[in-house]
Design a binder for this molecule. Structure first.
Ligand SMILES: *Cc1c(COP(=O)(O)O)cnc(C)c1O
Length: 234
């Protein structure tokens, strides 16, 4: 996409975050904008980086690794936000700062044991299947505590919070429901694990960012509104 467009879009999203925070009495500094760059060429990430963007989210491992190679000279915080087969976990453990989609113990154990000792523990969000859709990945809310109890024991990981991709909803009022439920789930985890750095709610995309922020999102994952529409929907 054209450079000017990406920069304008980034600025517009930043302004939306500030406006939204003003409306719901939050500090914009609490919100990290994660630029979701799946399907975008490395050059688009470089443009966003030059405009100040530091956190990038990728869904497809092979594509992500190629971009990481092409952008080695930049100080990017890489977030993996796609589904991950357990036999592909090593590259995520070695080359990312965050992993948002942990939903089973096996993946967590592999990521922990594969995390290189010279790196800080990998930041983890547990993905919650907040709408009970059969097709979606994520752990059921009632199984969250059991998984969290295991994950906090793993030395290569740092449990930071929860992530969700709610089903699309028609209006903003309906968007609040799953996000508010996520906030309640995070709060109960914070009470169970007061010594953990459970400060993260990864939720909100281009179409529902405002509702997510109003409910407590700390990382919003924005693709379309920064880089434009993709050729296919995700
Ligand atoms: C693609 C994707 C996004 C970004 O979605 P947009 O609607 O393009 O903002 C956010 N989170 C995840 C997990 C995604 O796969």
């Amino acid at each position: 996409m054209r450079k000017a467009t990406i920069v304008e879009n980034l600025n517009a999203v930043g302004e939306r975050i500030v406006t939204c925070c003003n409306n719901c009495d939050r500090d914009p500094a609490e919100i990290t904008l994660l630029a979701v760059s799946k399907t975008r060429p490395a050059e688009d990430l470089r443009i966003a980086y030059a405009a100040g963007q530091r956190h990038f989210g990728e869904n497809y491992l092979q594509e992500a690794l190629e971009k990481q190679d092409a952008l080695q000279d930049l100080d990017i915080h890489w977030h993996f936000i796609g589904p991950l087969q357990s036999n592909k976990s090593r590259a995520v453990a070695e080359r990312f700062d965050w992993m948002h989609t942990v939903d089973r113990l096996k993946i967590a154990q592999r990521l922990s044991s594969q995390r290189p000792a010279n790196l800080a523990p990998l930041n983890i969000c547990l993905q919650v299947k907040i709408d009970n859709e059969q097709s979606k990945s994520g752990i059921a809310p009632q199984d969250l505590e059991t998984l969290a109890r295991e994950v906090v024991q793993l030395p290569g990981l740092r449990l930071r919070g929860l992530m969700a991709i709610p089903a699309a909803r028609q209006n903003v009022q309906e968007q609040y429901e799953p996000f508010a439920e996520m906030a309640r789930l995070l709060q109960s985890l914070q009470e169970l694990f007061p010594d953990e750095a459970l400060d993260t709610l990864s939720m909100g995309m281009s179409a529902d960012m405002e509702a997510a922020i109003a409910c407590g999102a700390t990382i919003v994952r924005i693709g379309t509104d920064i880089f434009g529409a993709r050729n296919y929907s995700e």
